[in-house]
Design a protein around this ligand. Sequence first.
Ligand code: ATP
Length: 236
Amino acid sequence: MTLLELDEVTAFYGPVQVLEGVSLSVPEGGAVGILGANGAGKTTTLRAISGAVRAGGRIVFDGKDIRGRRPEQVAGIGIAHVPEGRGTLGGLTVRENLRVGAYQRKDRKGVQTDIDYMLELFPNLKERYKSHASALSGGEQQMLAVARAFMARPRLLLLDEASLGLAPSTAQNVYAAIARLRAESGIAMLIVEQNANLAFSLVDTATVLETGRSVLTGTSAELRGMDEIRRAYLGG
Ligand code: ATP
């Protein structure tokens, strides 16, 4: 079943139109990538879904058109956004960030179970549990951002450039943990990732954006096999 469907989505920063028609769909429990050059509109697509930018077209989540809803409303219906730059609360500890992620939940036992799960999934966070987020390494902050988003128990995770600024081995660790989280929790994911090899390690299908428009969609295997995709995103 389709969880999220974008149909000819447009978006504007003030008077400037940056998305001209983005269409894609994320099945329940599926993982979908968004590929594209710098400025193609990948980040803006995620922001249109989460209500952070004015959008047109249709954005249907769980059967309802959610276009035009405010970010806190979108979060409330089960869409968690891990933005580029991570968005952890630097002045709070790891523990506090995880609690903040769960602030709308009433099931205290479930929250504790999920915290334990996140500390098992990301052992670095266990070691740094009482540290301020601002004192963590870039990789640890990324782990915390994902873990914090999970604590809200979303049905869909929007993940923007999780590998940005990380050493290759760290980025691989982060993606391996996200893949495990996906397999174990069944959370659907929509992922923007510059590093297409990492993206393909996680997603089932991907959509390619060019200047604010989706131009191509395929499975990871199909896209990997295409010369122009290899040249543009996989380094030859
Ligand atoms: P990148 O990989 O560089 O983040 P992207 O594909 O995510 O690229 P977006 O960040 O979505 O692209 O940007 C799409 C276009 O919108 C770009 O031309 C960018 O310059 C423009 N843009 C982004 N943010 C704003 C803003 N706040 N105000 C005006 N224009 C913006």
